[in-house]
Design a protein around this ligand. Structure first.
Ligand code: HAM
Length: 415
């Protein structure tokens, strides 16, 4: 029996990769415009890094990590997300020494042992961006605008921005207590997971999709009513900047994130088109993470975009474009001329397709149609002898005669 790929691990076929390139190139363009530079970090890190940053009581650390002991008896983990590794590198290479403000972006595969379904995979890809060293709410707004700009750039206006604030270590405990008191009264209606979460990670109950929990948490206290003065001012200021840039968003005070490092601003780009996998991108501020990982006390904020989900939203559009010319040949004698012409045109940046198999003219033209080429030309003995041929524009059948000289053909194809 043939060996198949691991469940939840996908091949990205060449028919899909032009869409991926389009997404990646658009992200690079928008991020670099904003002054972000690419950082490439390993896809595997010491397990401890993720436990310490994402949090022991999160679903990711509790049940989704690809962790194993390597041959040197070290516990290592395939990265479930990018922020932890980027901050580890930031600290390890003292990137803050010259300037605490670093704007970094990354892209690549991430791994989570989740139940695969449309838009949710075990190997998936993120494009992420992080700013360190800025606590000013202006950075929050710039990051949010950059994310919205990216979606506009690729032509998607559907995912909408939802924003929340999760407070800080000063004000969150009081909110946690208020939420727990509320939930204790509805203890019986909660699912087994949420009953457990009450003592480990009560905020996550707000994110539970089980109908009983959705109902039980419907009137839960809002985190936004429990922010301390400074967090409230920060959130107000982020909203003010978003108003200045006329960035559309809604506030979702029930948005809690699946990673523990967040403080203050959190956000998601949400779509209704991918079933239950509604977040196409997500992120937030993590002012305590860098020091928690042994680095200096510096704030940070960033996000990650789920590439597979964006590709799904873009649908079947082909971003590669179509070939400029199909060269058909009548017999084997013309193949030297055809090859010479193709070689010269390719070197001039013209996309050329040719028949490889000595097929009949009819089947060559069928292939030209299928490839949706812009022009076709048939080379027979006459054309080879005269050094001229008829180029046919496929969209309307218009024909132009041109010398079989690269520069002339290039000119002809420009029309
Ligand atoms: P996250 O919300 O866990 O955040 O993931 C970000 C995005 O990755 C999600 O919105 C989703 O589009 C995509 N994603 C997550 N899991 C899967 C999966 N199993 N299959 C397909 N796509 C998935 C983070 O990872 C944070 N590191 C984001 C961040 C950066 N926060 C601050 N800086």
């Amino acid at each position: 029996m043939a060996i198949t790929a691991i469940k939840g691990f996908n091949d990205i076929l060449s028919s899909e990769s032009s869409r991926w390139h389009y997404i990646e190139q658009s992200a690079r363009r928008v991020f670099e415009l904003n002054g972000f530079g690419e950082i490439r970090v390993p896809i595997m890190e010491k397990t401890d890094l993720f436990c310490r940053s994402i949090g022991d009581a999160t679903d990711i650390v509790e049940k989704e990590m690809y962790s194993f002991t390597d041959k040197g008896e070290n516990s290592v983990t395939l990265r479930p997300e990018g922020t932890a590794g980027v901050m580890r590198a930031f600290i390890e290479h003292k990137l803050y020494a010259q300037d605490p403000v670093n704007k970094l972006y990354y892209l690549g595969p991430m791994f989570r042992y989740e139940r695969p379904q449309k838009g949710r995979y075990r190997q998936f890809h993120q494009i992420g961006a992080e700013i360190t060293g800025v606590s000013d709410p202006l950075a929050d707004a710039q990051v949010l605008n950059m994310l919205v700009h990216f979606f506009r750039e690729i032509g998607l206006d559907e995912p909408v921005l939802q924003v929340n604030s999760l407070g800080c270590p000063d004000c969150r405990p009081a909110y946690r207590t208020a939420l727990c008191e509320f939930l204790e009264k509805r203890h019986e209606s909660l699912c087994a997971d949420c009953k457990r979460r009450l003592s480990t990670n009560p905020l996550r109950t707000l994110d539970c999709k089980v109908p009983g929990c959705v109902e039980a948490t419907a009137g839960a206290p809002s985190v936004l009513d429990h922010l301390c003065g400074e967090c409230e001012q920060h959130f107000e200021s982020v909203r003010n900047y978003l108003a200045i840039s006329a960035t559309p968003y809604t506030i979702n005070s029930r948005m809690v994130r699946g990673l523990d490092y967040y403080t203050r601003t959190t956000f998601e780009m949400v779509t209704g088109l991918l079933g239950s996998q509604s977040a196409v991108a997500a992120g937030g501020r993590y002012d305590g993470l860098i020091s928690q990982l042994g680095g200096p006390t510096l704030p940070g904020i960033g996000f990650a975009i789920g590439l597979e989900r964006v590709a799904l939203l873009l649908g079947q559009r082909d971003f590669l474009g179509t070939p400029d010319l199909f060269i058909a040949t009548m017999g084997s004698v013309e193949r030297d001329t055809a090859f010479r012409l193709m070689d010269g045109l390719l070197k001039s940046g013209v996309r050329v397709e040719i028949d490889y198999e000595g097929k009949s003219l009819k089947s060559q033209m069928r292939r030209a149609d299928k490839l949706k080429v812009r022009y076709s030309v048939v080379l027979g003995e006459n054309e080879v002898n005269s050094g001229k041929a008829i180029f046919k524009r496929m969209s309307d059948g218009a024909i132009v005669e041109s010398a079989l000289v690269v520069e002339e053909v290039v000119k002809t194809l420009m029309h």
